[in-house]
Design a protein around this ligand. Structure first.
Ligand SMILES: Nc1nc2c(ncn2[C@@H]2O[C@H](COP(=O)(O)OP(=O)(O)OP(=O)(O)O)[C@@H](O)[C@H]2O)c(=O)[nH]1
Length: 387
């Protein structure tokens, strides 16, 4: 039995090392260059064509892997504009070079300046502008295109992010609430890349859920898989923290952490990544309630979980986050048996997201109303001035 768990742990660790070679690409650096402008014709006033731009566009099914494979480290250059010719005075513009990418990409220039984001299917970003064609202002000589190193970062766009230690049951929960079929196993780090599932409700309302690889204590020091996947919760509207009611132990050499300790440690890892993650609504799912003795454990910690701040002083400093999470909801569940409490969790998530959507809509309506009022008072004011 012991041998078996050692084998499983070895397998987990070897999967981890495969992972560190990054099978899931969520960041890619490229060298890009806009096309040069064509030369003009001073004698006849002919204009050189503009150089093509390098453009990022959304394409369903595209990935950073496909861009990497396509360009394999070469400089990506858009076409140059044509020179002005006697029989074609306006030189043709150079063709744009299009990089097809998934939704969720942010492009940064070398120094960290943000160039733009692809948040919807219609979005596009020019990451390198083509040079102007030759004309009277530039001495009829076409300009060179922009040339720069660019980093593309992918942040999954999901409504809900599942966060927890390995083995807590994140993938099992995702499977229970959506049609996603993530890999599930009883050893840590089964999930080595984020999985996204979609929950569809009876009234066709849809919500997407991202199951992220497990965090471990010390993720901020890059232990385990580190913090790198937390970037995917930055854009989620709600965080669902999942913990095992029995707590967590990474391996025999590691200390056993109780359920409350894992909650505090996760709280700490989230704030050490970015404090503002804690401003999002967060719910707590206490999983594996079907296991014998779970109800007794839960009854003993229920009050502590609901009033974490009041109990924090009982824990050593290494468990104490700066800002203690006040959960919007705490739900004991059994993801594996997919019992009614899983459905309750699903409905709770929906009610929080619906409320957020309503609040957002109210804010938009208020802003529109304000703009309307400002416009009408401006018109009145202009009318008075004319009279
Ligand atoms: N008894 C019981 N076991 C569960 C429950 N949920 C998950 N498990 C088991 O716990 C183990 C880990 O489940 P996963 O869903 O893979 O956990 P995870 O959090 O995605 O794990 P990582 O991918 O390592 O981060 C599996 O053996 C599951 O069958 C539950 O509600 N009850």
């Amino acid at each position: 039995m012991v041998q078996l768990s050692v084998c499983k742990l070895c397998k987990a660790l070897s999967e981890k090392s495969i992972f560190t070679k990054s099978r899931f690409l969520d960041s890619l650096s490229l060298y890009v260059k806009g096309g040069s402008g064509g030369n003009g014709q001073p004698k006849y006033g002919g204009l050189g064509g503009r150089g093509g731009n390098v453009v990022c566009k959304v394409k369903a099914g595209a990935s950073l892997e496909s861009v990497k494979k396509q360009f394999k480290g070469v400089r990506i250059t858009a076409a140059s504009g044509d020179n002005s010719l006697v029989h074609r005075l306006a030189g043709r513009n150079g063709e744009d070079k299009i990089l097809e990418l998934p939704v969720g990409i942010t492009a940064y220039a070398d120094g960290g300046t943000k160039l733009g984001e692809l948040n919807t299917e219609e979005d596009s970003i020019i990451i390198a502008h083509g040079g102007a064609g030759g004309n009277a202002q530039n001495g009829w000589l076409g300009r060179k295109g922009e040339e720069l190193a660019v980093r593309l970062e992918l942040k999954l766009i999901a409504d809900i992010g599942l966060v927890g230690f390995p083995n807590a049951g994140k993938s099992t929960f995702l499977k229970a609430i959506s049609r996603a079929r993530p890999k599930i196993a009883s050893y840590p780090f089964t999930t080595i890349k984020p999985n996204v599932g979609v929950i569809t409700f009876d009234d066709f309302r849809k919500m997407s859920v991202a199951d992220l690889p497990g965090l471990i204590e010390g993720a901020h020091r890059n232990l385990g898989m580190g913090h790198q996947f937390l970037r995917h919760v930055e854009r989620t509207k709600l965080i669902a923290m999942i913990v095992d009611v029995n707590g967590f132990q990474l391996g025999l050499k590691h200390p056993k952490r109780s359920c409350v300790e894992t909650v505090l440690l996760l709280n700490k890892e989230l704030e050490l990544y970015k404090m503002n993650l804690l401003e999002k609504p967060i719910i707590l799912l206490v999983n594996k309630m079907d296991v014998e003795g779970a109800q007794e454990i839960y009854d003993g910690i229920r009050d502590t979980l609901h009033n974490l701040k009041d109990h924090i002083h009982k824990y050593p400093e290494e468990f104490q986050p700066e800002k203690v999470i006040k959960f919007q909801s705490i739900l004991p569940i059994s993801a594996k048996t997919n019992s009614t409490d899983v459905n309750d969790a699903k409905l709770k998530i929906r009610s929080i997201l619906d409320l957020l959507a309503e609040e957002e809509q109210e804010m938009v309506d208020r802003e529109l109303e304000l703009v309307k009022k400002l416009k009408s008072s401006l018109r009145e004011h202009q009318g008075e001035m004319i009279i």
